[in-house]
Design a protein around this ligand. Structure first.
Ligand SMILES: [Zn+2]
Length: 133
């Protein structure tokens, strides 16, 4: 897990402040600092830090319009979960919760990652013939 936190430096350099920024959100950035709620789980901290680091990577300095937030979520999910990682777990995991746990991301990040897949990639993960009665 520590290695995964260190890898975020590839995305952006920031001063991480372990404090909840606002009651309604567990993480935020002003373009220089990233605030993260210290009571989050390690997996949640990683996912929120990656999301905020992705904002910094794009030069964002605060909350963004919903369409841009959605794009940041999708890019963060692609950054945290490679297609090879998905292939490794798709064959045996029984549900998104199990997949997310195995991949070390939140279920929300996993669902964002699955939303980035095209039809061919979905077929590669879950070939139709394996589920035909
Ligand atoms: Zn955001």
């Amino acid at each position: 897990m520590l290695e995964r936190f260190g890898k975020l430096r590839e995305l952006a350099h920031a001063i991480v402040v372990w404090s909840r920024p606002y009651s309604e959100v567990p993480a935020a950035t002003d373009g220089r600092h990233i605030w993260v709620d210290p009571s989050l789980s390690s997996v949640e901290k990683l996912c929120y830090l990656a999301h905020e680091a992705m904002h910094l990577n794009h030069g964002h300095k605060g909350c963004q319009p919903p369409a841009i937030e959605r794009q940041v979520c999708l890019e963060t999910a692609q950054y945290l979960v490679s297609f090879q990682d998905l292939q490794r777990v798709a064959g045996w995991a029984r549900n998104p919760s199990e997949m997310a746990e195995e991949l070390g991301v939140t279920e929300a990040v996993l669902l964002d990652r699955l939303a980035t897949l095209d039809g061919d990639q979905v077929q590669q993960l879950w070939p139709a013939h394996e589920y035909t009665a």
